[in-house]
Design a binder for this molecule. Structure first.
Ligand SMILES: Cc1ncc(COP(=O)(O)O)c(C=O)c1O
Length: 475
């Protein structure tokens, strides 16, 4: 029997056309198609199926075929028929857990976020960003809409180079700047280029941001964790590894918040020269310094040995996926080759960022953000002093997070769990240690980027309760 294709939606959904025929009878095939659509959620619970006469007409079959199929599914519990009302789907995939797919537990909702990572998303400059996007959509020349340069649009490369020279003391020029999707993406590209240059081992800070370790590993490098102390990365320990490259947060180490001391900076550059290697500088949140002692990038000390990575993830939003890397000339050919296999961020977004910076909006946004974060940091530190007096706060001079050191014996892991159950997101400093993790003390990493000022007091009260209940629990 021919199946009418007049109602494409039902005919397609139920797929009882020639390809699905096989040897089964039509009402069995229709029942099978309906059952499958209900099981995989295409027909949701509560949805009405068409009246039998209408569906029969649309499928080009007899009404009997449809009533038989419906009757079969009513008997199986997939459909429910009520006199005087439409026949409806009475089953949903969620109510029937498959034995093969374990159900994931929904985490408790986050009421307060004191974990590090995000800037103030409420303060994203929506209006000006939209203005920038509108402006470049109107002004981009046709050529800009063609194949993008994998190294980034020349306009943004020029703008970023100027910005980094004036605000970070970098030695940057349009030719040495590559546009990428953020620090992580820039690191993957750099590691691919290093691999092509014969470098197979890279050192990372311990503790450090795990995603950077993963990015280096994904690019095929062996990763060597090197400890960090109050002066930053321990360069003597680095020199004992086989690494010829190192990823370092010189201006504001994550998560300890230390600044690489001037002696260590000099020693690190000497090390890179001695091993003919590279320092990869993660300048992720250096725009936020509150103590009037700006720390310039290391890249300015030796642009031939330092790769500089930065992004707008901490200043505007990680959702924009826009960043840069400034590369030594010797790595440029390998980076260009590495860039060819990585997608450049969308050109109109690149041009929008260039406009946003060139019109002074980025500087204005950073000035306002710096003021807001400084006063929020002060509020957080004061609230912690009053409510968690046993804690010692460190790493307050810069960035969007601080470290709260707690007395020996504090069960920080249990406290993080207790806080999560109460709707407060926290991070344990131990979570940032490279495996096998060695706990070097009790500390929490508290981010204040994405929490509002009025939320700080209730969040810290929950933190204090979590520390108490965490101590009662076995760690
Ligand atoms: C240490 C560190 N580096 C860099 C970044 C930014 O990474 P991306 O630019 O890939 O978003 C972050 C963001 O959380 C970070 O914590």
């Amino acid at each position: 029997m021919a199946v009418s294709q007049t109602n494409l939606a039902w005919a397609t959904l139920l797929d009882v056309g020639p390809a699905a025929r096989g040897r089964r009878r039509l009402h069995d095939r229709l029942a099978h198609a309906l059952r499958t659509a209900i099981r995989d959620g295409r027909l949701a619970e509560g949805a009405a199926v068409p009246p039998s006469r209408a569906l029969a007409e649309e499928l080009g079959c007899s009404r009997w075929v449809v009533t038989e199929a419906y009757g079969q599914l009513v008997a199986e519990g997939f459909l429910a028929a009520r006199v005087g009302s439409a026949t409806r789907v009475s089953w949903s995939p969620d109510t029937a857990p498959s034995p093969r797919i374990p159900r994931t537990r929904t985490p408790p909702p986050v009421r307060y976020d004191l974990a590090p990572g995000l800037p103030d998303l409420r303060a994203f400059p929506r209006r000006r960003w939209a203005d920038a996007v509108r402006a470049v959509t109107g002004s981009a020349v046709d050529y800009d809409l063609g194949l993008p340069d994998p190294a980034g649009h020349a306009v943004l490369r020029t703008t970023v180079a100027q910005y980094l020279r004036r605000s970070r003391g970098a030695d940057a020029h349009a030719a040495s700047v590559f546009v990428c999707a953020g620090v992580t993406d820039g690191l993957v590209r750099t590691c691919r280029a290093l691999r092509a240059e014969g470098i197979a081992d890279v050192a990372v800070e311990d503790p450090g941001w795990g995603r950077l370790r993963d990015a280096a590993t994904s690019a095929g490098l062996r990763v060597h964790p090197v400890p960090v102390d109050d002066d930053g990365l321990r360069v003597d320990d680095l020199a004992r590894t086989p690494a010829r490259a190192v990823i370092v947060g010189a201006a504001h180490q994550f998560p300890t918040g230390t600044v690489l001391s001037p002696a260590r900076r000099a020693r690190l550059v000497r090390w890179a020269r001695e091993v003919a290697g590279f320092v990869i500088e993660d300048d992720y949140d250096a725009e936020f310094r509150y103590d009037h002692h700006p720390v310039a990038v290391m890249q300015g000390m030796d642009p031939g040995r330092v790769v500089l990575l930065g992004s707008v993830s901490k200043t505007l939003s990680p959702a924009l996926g826009l960043g840069w890397l400034v590369a030594p000339a010797v790595l440029t050919p390998a980076l260009r080759a590495a860039n060819l296999v990585a997608a450049a961020p969308p050109v109109l977004d690149q041009l929008a960022l260039a406009t946003f910076i060139d019109r002074g909006w980025y500087d204005a946004h950073l000035r306002a953000a710096r003021r807001r974060f400084r006063s929020r940091r002060d509020l957080l530190v004061a609230t912690l002093g009053a409510r968690v007096p046993e804690g010692r706060v460190a790493g307050t001079a810069a960035g969007l997070h601080i470290v709260l050191h707690l007395p020996d014996g504090t069960a920080t892991r249990a406290a993080v769990r207790a806080a999560a159950a109460a709707g407060l997101r926290l991070a344990d400093l131990d979570d940032y240690r490279a495996p096998p993790a060695r706990s070097a003390g009790r500390a929490l990493v508290l981010g204040y980027g994405n929490i509002s000022d009025p939320e700080i007091a209730p969040a810290v009260a929950l933190l204090r309760d979590a520390l108490r209940s965490g101590s009662a629990e076995t760690p």
